[in-house]
Design a protein around this ligand. Structure first.
Ligand code: THU
Ligand code: ZN
Length: 150
């Protein structure tokens, strides 16, 4: 994966733009996420907090849910695309913090829709920003998945 690829930089920009719409009066930590789907569509989402903290929707969950609400899984099925292959790339943006990786709850949520995609974002070290990327399978090496349940 070429981390300077325009598609990657654009997706990070989309994640950043979504972070500006975050509803986060409790943490004031604005997160944005954007996904690129198998059919080259982009969906983004931000975190949406709640007074009952555990009800908070994370940016990654929001972005993928937007894609699903817009018919991602229906299009995949119609095109003979496996559910495991519906996502190509996920970008995560948060203004603070050193790494862009999704939290473990989000990793579990995302894993329902495959492990073949890449996660990208900006790593921040000593006020320097660098694009970093990991294959999702590296973030979640021992998945609990559909196969375990069915
Ligand atoms: N947050 C996300 O949106 N994604 C993550 O994976 C990490 C945490 C949000 C939840 C909460 O609104 C704020 O960041 C602080 O935890
Ligand atoms: Zn999360």
């Amino acid at each position: 994966m070429d981390l300077e690829d325009k598609q990657i930089l654009d997706l990070i920009e989309r994640a950043k733009a979504a972070s500006e719409n975050a509803y986060c009066p409790y943490s004031n930590y604005r997160v944005g996420a954007a996904v690129l789907t198998f059919d080259n569509r982009i969906y983004s989402g931000c975190n949406v907090e709640n007074a009952a903290f555990s009800q908070t929707i994370h940016a990654e969950e929001n972005a993928v849910s937007q894609a699903i609400a817009d018919g991602l899984l229906v299009r995949a099925e119609a095109g003979g695309i496996d559910q495991n292959q519906v996502l190509k790339l996920l970008a995560v943006f948060a203004p603070r913090g050193k790494d862009p990786w999704p939290c473990c709850n989000c990793r579990q949520f995302l894993s329902e829709f495959g492990t073949a995609f890449w996660v990208v974002g900006l790593e921040k070290r000593e006020s320097k920003e660098k694009v970093v990327g990991l294959c999702f399978a590296e973030l979640v090496p021992h998945l609990f998945s559909k196969e375990d349940v069915l």
